[in-house]
Design a protein around this ligand. Structure first.
Ligand SMILES: [Cu+2]
Length: 143
């Protein structure tokens, strides 16, 4: 029993040293590659300042924002100017949806759905928020 354990430990030590010997050069090469790729990707993907890279694309003509757990879902969306926007309050509290500039301002009670037939905003990036809950904020990108 004891012999087996010693052999096992010895093999483990050999395995670890072999791994760590190989690991270092690979890790350094990988880090360099990753760093370069990330920088290139970020510059290419996020052309607009203040717009998260994971902003949800809803430019197909119909967009939806849901209010849930005191947050907007999604909290960043891309829409086409003139398209329909549906607001749904699935939360246990009333919320409002106010777009920067005041062109869209809606208050939704619990369970309410509001359809805005046409997003009449010039292309650009607009902040939106809930007037009742300051942490509830989002970004609307109109294309
Ligand atoms: Cu709210």
């Amino acid at each position: 029993m004891r012999k087996t354990a010693i052999v096992f430990v010895a093999l483990l030590a050999l395995g670890l040293s072999a791994c760590s010997g190989k690991y270092k050069p690979d890790a350094q090469a990988g880090a360099g590659d990753d760093g370069t790729a990330t920088e290139t990707g970020a510059a290419g993907a996020t052309g607009e300042p203040g717009v998260p890279a994971d902003c949800v694309d809803q430019t197909g003509g119909e967009a939806t924002v849901t209010m849930s757990d005191f947050a907007f879902v999604p909290d960043c969306l891309r829409v086409s100017a003139g398209s329909k926007l549906t607001l749904v309050n699935e939360d246990q509290s009333a919320h409002s949806f106010n777009v920067q500039g005041g062109t869209i301002s809606e208050t939704l009670d619990v369970g309410d759905t509001v359809e805005i037939k046409s997003i009449d905003l010039a292309p650009g990036t607009y902040a939106f928020n809930c007037g009742f809950h300051p942490p509830m904020v989002g970004t609307l990108v109109v294309e």
